[in-house]
Unconditional design. Sequence first.
Length: 135
Amino acid sequence: MDCQLVGETTLEKLFVREAIPEDAGAIVQIMEPFASYTHAFDHVGVLGTWVALEYRRQGIAQRLFESIFEAALRKQYEKIFTFIRADNSAALSTYLNQGFRIIGTAQRHARIKGRFVDEIIVEKFLTEVQDCAGS
């Protein structure tokens, strides 16, 4: 199959919110375009996930990821990219269990309470990768 430019698509932020009784802000997952200054990255979404401590380890992440993957594909994202704090092994494990792979480390990338923390960079392809070199 030949690679073809299908067209330009405006990709807005995707929000998945799992409403816990009386507390819709306890769990949030957001995805937005990787960059807005060029269309070269329109197929890449940056993902952020936050789950309040009292709601972790209850299988909520699985439902969140299923929803965001489906929504991302509808918005024509082919790849998801995110940063995970190196001191958050539970989050890293969750992302790896969802099919993400580690691609690098951004050193001293976050500053938390005056202390630098490295960020682990992970990615997941949602579609079959086809190299379109030269196009």
